[in-house]
Ligand binder design. Structure first.
Ligand SMILES: [Zn+2]
Length: 393
């Protein structure tokens, strides 16, 4: 195949061409075209989307030297019209050309080499062989990139022979062994010359802007996140909208949002401590009230409490009523808890009685000392469990 249209004319958004092959792979139809404006995934740049006739293109990949367009429907035949999802492609061109500029300036200014590039759906990143860049270095790098964007430097692509390539000063890791054919070079005038098969904007001005979003240490270097182009405005817009909602919720200014949230979290911690203290008091009071009663088997149910609460009640109960037994339950049907407890002078075989209660309540449990506890899935059978206990003691 000749040089594909996406490389010859990266700003072409639609074209007519012929289907030269149809096939199916992994349950999806694909077509190979005589020419294409749809870029196949490669070099860190994701595959394009678009339509061939009326059929959406879900993926584009090079397989055995052919560009396969994977379709969301039946493969068309003959002469077809190809449409490119231009918004998505132009975004990729902005992120990708932004990466060329970022990589070149990071190398020239800081001596950091780029070892990998990921064009993400939200933000993109490059991997650098630098360890722990300082905030000043990152800020300086961002300023230097902005200056190159303002300079509106032409971005061009061309193919050269391996012989010519050998004479040029190209930022690259070299050609693979046994390489034949031409080498595609992408140049940012006065800044960078590198091999690349991707699609790019025509001038650094078309990158619009590039914002560095922080770093993350990784094995052997640093990952540097960035966003470029129209994404930058969308991202800022989303941040602004989110901040407005938070300002309204917290009743503070933008600058006071972090301290406002920190204050709310402190209040929450205080409130949780207060609730816990009240729960303990409540449990102790419940334990005392049960201990003062006269039923053969003291019992109570709390729909909104949990096992920890039952244990507190039980500890107080066995302390104050050493010769009595209590069955305590909490929670709802399907997700309840129970505690069977007996004071030290009570004669009941607690483990055996506890297993019996667990059987009736559709749960499992265990215990040591004066408390047998467990989960219960059938608290509606509480009366039955109680009646069984009353026959025991
Ligand atoms: Zn490129």
């Amino acid at each position: 195949m000749q040089i594909p249209a996406y490389e010859r004319e990266p700003f072409l958004r639609s074209m007519e061409t012929d289907v030269v092959r149809t096939g199916e792979a992994r349950g999806r139809a694909f077509v190979v075209l005589a020419d294409t404006i749809l870029y196949p995934e490669g070099g860190g740049q994701p595959a394009d989307r678009g339509r061939i006739g009326d059929v959406p293109v879900e993926d584009v990949r090079t397989v055995d030297g052919q560009i396969r367009h994977y379709l969301a429907g039946e493969a068309p035949a003959g002469r077809v019209r190809v449409e490119l999802d231009w918004a998505r492609r132009f975004d990729h061109m902005q992120q990708h050309t932004g990466q060329h500029l970022l990589t070149a300036v990071a190398e020239q200014r800081c001596g950091w080499h780029t070892t990998a590039f990921h064009l993400g759906e939200r933000v993109s990143d490059i991997e650098l062989d630098a360890s722990k860049p300082t905030a000043e270095q990152i800020a300086g790098l961002e300023d230097a990139i902005a200056a190159e964007i303002r300079a509106a430097r032409p971005v061009t692509a061309r193919r050269v022979s391996p012989e010519e390539y050998a004479t040029l000063s190209v930022r690259t890791r070299g050609l693979p062994d046994g390489f034949t054919g031409t080498v595609r070079l992408v140049e940012i005038a006065g800044v960078d010359l590198n091999t690349c098969g991707g699609t790019h904007v025509r001038s650094t001005a078309e990158i619009e802007g590039l914002k560095l979003l922080g770093t993350e240490a990784m094995r052997g270097g640093t990952r540097l996140f960035y966003v470029a182009g129209a994404r930058l405005r969308r991202l800022l817009g989303a941040h602004h909208e989110r901040s407005a909602k938070l300002r309204q919720l917290l009743g503070t200014s933008d600058d006071d949002l972090p301290s406002g949230v920190a204050a709310k979290l402190d209040q929450l911690k205080d409130a949780q401590r207060a609730v816990k203290a009240l729960e303990e008091e409540l449990a102790a009071a419940a334990g005392r009230a049960l201990a003062m009663g006269s039923e053969k088997v003291a019992n109570a149910h709390w729909p909104e409490r949990d096992l920890a609460f039952l244990q507190r009640v039980a500890r107080e109960f066995v302390r104050l009523a050493p010769d009595r037994v209590a069955l305590l339950t909490a929670g709802g049907e399907g997700q309840g808890a129970f505690v069977l407890c007996a004071g030290e002078r009570a004669t009941m075989d607690l483990a055996a009685a506890g297993r019996g209660v667990a059987d009736v309540l559709g749960g499992r449990g265990g215990g040591s000392g004066r408390i047998f506890q467990g989960k219960a899935t059938a608290l509606s059978r509480r009366a039955e469990a109680l009646a069984r206990l009353e026959t025991l003691g």
